[in-house]
Design a protein around this ligand. Sequence first.
Ligand SMILES: C[S@@+](CC[C@H](N)C(=O)[O-])C[C@H]1O[C@@H](n2cnc3c(N)ncnc32)[C@H](O)[C@@H]1O
Length: 307
Amino acid sequence: MNITPDLYNNCNYLQQRDGKRLIQRIVDDFPDKHFNTIVDLGCGTGNITNELATKLSHQSIIGVDISEPMIKFAAENYRRPTVQYLAADICDEWPKFKDKLQLAEHSVDLIVSIYCLHWVSDLDETIKNIIKLLKPGGYCYILLFSWSDLLPIQQKMAIMDKWQQYFFAIPKNWNRIAKKSRETIRKLSEHLAPFPVFEAPDEQQLLAKWRDLCRDNGLHEPETVLTHTYYQFANHQQFNNVLQAMCHFLPYIPDDQTADFMAEYLQLVNDDYISKQLLNGKLVQTTNETPVRLNYDHMIVVTHIPV
Ligand SMILES: C[S@@+](CC[C@H](N)C(=O)[O-])C[C@H]1O[C@@H](n2cnc3c(N)ncnc32)[C@H](O)[C@@H]1O
């Protein structure tokens, strides 16, 4: 994932809106609770960790992210006496992960993870770490993307002659491969590809996957909710900034070609999406000032360790 902290921090409108909603849900679920220790997995630049600190009564919050620049940014910009930011990979095996976090086994009351877990390469290991961290009765609230209108456009880029060589996990004839084989390739390439989803996953399968992940690892049967939703960006410029801040393809492209890749990507998004916006039920010819509505699906998974 390619993210420049200050660019991301100025553009995560959607993540902030949804993250704040999830935090409000936690406030509503535990109106009077004081949390001793809260961990934010994949805290990014810390602006949502800061929201957690503002909204939830707590003794200590640890924001964890694999990216050193993110952690540095968070520590510089969202410093608070009760909040610590630490760099760690949440897919690391428990002994290594524990050492980085300097937390005892079963010492955390609440784990929150906002728009991170669709990125991780080893969800089983992540869930194991969540279980090791949580106290009996400890809760875990996860928010993650399950689909976005941008994915088919990104896939189109990834199978273009010019760019396909950098996305080895996506076969060139992807659209002509039988659905069952696509599913197999998708599973095999989950840990290799820039994004583990190339086409809308079957919703029931996705929900079942998360239920199984929680259940098989000893977590309580989770609440899983998949929501079709959208975010309306103010205008083309704002949307283009978001695309640039969050283009997870860039680390796969050689440095001397990233500007070229980005220009083509923005053009494709413009041609295939922005210029054909359906606003208030009507297909409108957009101008630079027209808002851009991004349709996407997200999932909320809420679970806990049985007491
Ligand atoms: C889209 S950002 C979300 C950041 C923040 N939660 C927010 O909502 O603004 C995803 C974050 O997950 C982090 N991340 C991805 N894989 C990770 C891993 N294996 N361990 C820890 N953090 C990870 C990335 O570095 C990135 O900062």
